[in-house]
Design a protein around this ligand. Sequence first.
Ligand code: SF4
Length: 159
Amino acid sequence: MVKEIYAKSIINKHRRRDSWFLDDYSLNPYQLCEFNCLFCYIRGSKYGGNLVRELAVKVNAPTLTRRELAKLAERRDYGFIALSSATEPWMHLEERYQVTRRCLEAILKYRFPVHCLTKSPLILRDLDLLEQIERGGTAPRFEEAWTRHADHHFALHSR
Ligand code: SF4
């Protein structure tokens, strides 16, 4: 039986934008990962080499996502959200819990751009939301997030 946990917060702000995935934030609706890939970098974390033993669903992830994105949107602190950086958001558990789907609903509501990192075909279930996120209004936020990145990059390289 998988553990159900309540997270204290869910949106992690990165000190620096990731130069590979270009994300400013990451959102991990689960703790660890049932795919347990041998090459996964999480194996080097405090959880050690077995990513299934402490596997847990953050059952309040959608509520926290709505709350935290509302605050970020109020401050116009837009940026790319990586979904996810330290778990698989569309693992089998997601069929039952649907926390990733409900986080995507919040991302759509507050119009943040999102990067999806997955190896699961279950992402296809959420194409309706992903298409809305892409077409339904994230473009201005994408531009804000991108402009901020470009300004930062320019400032760094013109010193
Ligand atoms: S699916 Fe991704 S997060 Fe999960 S174990 Fe593999 S590399 Fe790590």
